[in-house]
Ligand binder design. Structure first.
Ligand SMILES: O=C1O[C@H](COP(=O)(O)O)[C@@H](O)[C@H](O)[C@H]1O
Length: 257
């Protein structure tokens, strides 16, 4: 059973990034108050990097006990460690290097020069095993995710689940992606079934190029044709948009501002 879907529209991309940053800090504080720890799935892309930079600048970030935050990634470009194309490299540069994190709780997806070798299928299996090892014993193959962040591609992809690509049909939690329509061509990704185990999923999008996929996803497009339409958090699915990305959202979804 999936929870409520809501849409929050902010006037400008900068305000959107600031608001998502503040919202994420509060979500982490709340999770730690309730469970003693918090778990976030990070994403890549331009708007995500803006959110990470905004968190870095917010004094309230010190209200989070970063040593008790687990960080996972929703997708990764399968290139060598440290490559600036990697989503984890971008997140580290924008934010993570400035936080007192517990390295044992930072879980980047494997790199092409990592222990699994230059074999994306083996790397996907290794990440699935790492996730399963963090899951509650005797339960699912995935740990609890408090908040899972997603960007939205111009074609409606989320993480590295691309429209009409075999990965859009994948039921295993982690998949290799070959022949990505967006470079680089080889990637790793959580699949839609794995994404949809998160308590809250936040889809963050800014700019006019995102208006069509966002509008179509909220209007009920098919998840294979438009993976963003197949995303739903267990308790909440939250679309966080700037005004341009929200341009094609039907008025009935514009419940919050
Ligand atoms: O390639 C990717 O693109 C999407 C969207 O990025 P954006 O720059 O258009 O916001 C991102 O969510 C994903 O993590 C990344 O690998």
């Amino acid at each position: 059973m999936n929870g409520e879907t809501s849409v929050v529209v902010h006037a400008e991309p900068d305000v959107l990034a600031q608001a998502v940053a503040a919202r994420l800090i509060v979500a982490l504080i709340d999770a730690q108050a309730a469970r003693g720890e918090a778990s976030v799935v990070l994403t890549g892309g331009r708007v995500a990097s803006a959110v990470y930079r905004a968190i870095r600048e917010l004094p309230a970030r010190d209200a989070v006990d970063w040593r008790r935050v687990d960080l996972w990634w929703g997708d990764e470009r399968f290139v060598p460690a440290g490559d600036p194309d990697r989503n984890d490299a971008q997140a580290r540069a924008a934010l993570l290097d400035a936080l007192p994190l517990d390295p044992a709780r930072v879980h980047p997806m494997p790199a092409a020069d990592g222990p699994a070798g230059n074999d994306p299928e083996a790397a996907a299996a290794a990440y699935a095993a790492e996730l399963a090892a963090a899951a509650k014993p005797g339960t699912a193959a995935l740990p609890h995710f408090d908040v899972l962040l997603l960007g939205v591609g111009e074609d409606g992809h989320v993480a590295s689940v691309f429209p009409e690509h075999p990965v859009a049909y994948e039921s295993r939690p982690v998949s290799a992606v070959r022949g990505s329509p967006k470079p680089p061509p080889v990637r790793l990704t959580l699949t839609l079934p794995a994404i949809n185990t998160a308590d809250q999923v936040w889809l963050v999008a800014a700019g006019p190029d995102k208006a069509r996929p966002v509008g179509m996803a909220l209007a009920g497009a098919g998840p294979v044709q438009l993976p963003a339409a197949g995303v739903a958090g267990l308790s909440r699915t939250l679309w966080l948009l700037d005004r341009e990305a929200a341009a094609e959202v039907k008025p009935r979804f514009r419940s919050l501002r």
